[in-house]
Design a protein around this ligand. Structure first.
Ligand code: AMP
Length: 321
């Protein structure tokens, strides 16, 4: 199968030697979420941008997780992360409570309404990178842009191959200056359509992407929920629909696991060409399509790389003409 080498068959924490340094690192939130969708409500769900990202990226390559939790962080959640090759050396525990997000979705499952954000230990977090071998691929997942900058400042740019970032309305509103500094120093940004419009004050997404590119990143990816994704790769363009699903249960984590699939695939292949980017975007879409089929990480925990391959083959048929 072409591109099969992008997968590392049966990659698990057990058979992946974490002594082999992870090529990919992520900084982001590890959270305890409260989520309400039209199909049900969960009081405590394991979430956070970096948790979702690393679990998804771990389907393709080992990933180093840089994050903070409080003393209330359940051991069980650590066990979930350990199901994949996630290096938790940089997962710090601080006195206090874990970051907590309360979100709600109405009938429009593309838009989450934030009911409450409790930053908790995130307010005291000072990431300290102690990598023996610096990862070449870095994802600055949704977190305070001041922390994204802090991580960037600790990395040797000459050893980096690709840095991408994500953000959300909360930070665009509250930390715009810091966010612009991050954007000026990265290769790729992943935003949803609302965030792209908010960041640029531009209703048209094609123009919005051009404005984001002018802020720094050569590659801009705009996610449009159930309507798919747009990739602006330097001066090239590519669009994909979302994988068609009849049952979308909880969209939380779709964006983070999309990014996990994308970056995991790029880091595993080491190929940053337009063709590889398109394939990685498709893989991200497939991983996200599994995420939304259950609460939290539950659906992703049930799948293997075979399930991803199967959907990828079907998706290719849907998208080519
Ligand atoms: P998404 O992939 O966009 O659905 O991301 C959902 C995750 O983002 C949830 O598990 C939340 O814990 C996390 N989250 C929500 N708000 C923030 C925030 N302001 N900063 C970082 N992470 C957040």
């Amino acid at each position: 199968m072409p591109g099969r080498e992008h997968f590392a068959p049966g990659l698990t924490a057990e058979n992946c030697k974490m002594s082999e340094a992870a090529k990919l690192a992520v900084i982001g939130t590890v959270a305890i979420d409260q989520v309400e969708t039209p199909f049900g409500k969960r009081e405590r769900v394991f979430g956070g941008s970096a948790s979702y990202f690393s679990y998804a990226a771990g389907l393709f390559t080992p990933v180093a997780l840089v994050a903070v939790v409080g003393e209330d962080f359940p051991e069980e959640y650590r066990g979930i992360l350990a199901e994949r090759p996630v290096d938790m050396t940089h997962l710090k525990t601080l006195p206090g409570k874990t970051f907590c997000w309360k979100g709600q979705y109405g009938n429009d499952l593309n838009t989450a309404k934030t009911l409450e954000t409790q930053l908790n230990v995130l307010l005291k977090f000072k990431p300290e990178l102690t990598f023996k071998t610096q990862p070449k691929y870095v994802f600055l997942a949704n977190i305070d842009p001041a922390l994204q900058l802090d991580v960037l400042n600790q990395l040797d740019r000459r050893k980096l191959k690709y840095v991408a970032c994500d953000t959300m309305n909360f930070w665009i509103e509250n930390k715009r200056a810091e966010l612009l500094k991050v954007l000026a120093r990265i290769d790729c940004v992943v935003l949803n359509d609302g965030e792209a419009r908010q960041l640029t004050q531009e209703p048209n997404l094609i123009r919005a992407a051009q404005k984001v590119r002018a802020m720094g990143p050569g590659h801009v990816i705009i996610k449009k929920g159930e309507h798919g994704v747009l990739l602006f790769y330097n001066h090239e363009f590519f669009a994909l629909p979302a994988y068609p699903l009849e049952n979308v249960f909880d969209p939380t984590g779709a964006g983070d696991t999309f990014a996990g699939g994308l970056m995991g695939s790029l880091a595993a292949s080491g190929d940053l060409s337009f063709a590889s980017m398109k394939r990685s975007v498709a893989l991200g879409q497939i991983v996200a399509s599994h995420t939304v089929e259950d609460f939290g990480l539950e659906a992703l925990r049930r799948i293997s790389q075979d399930n991803i391959r199967e959907r990828l083959e079907i998706f290719k048929r849907f998208c080519s003409f």
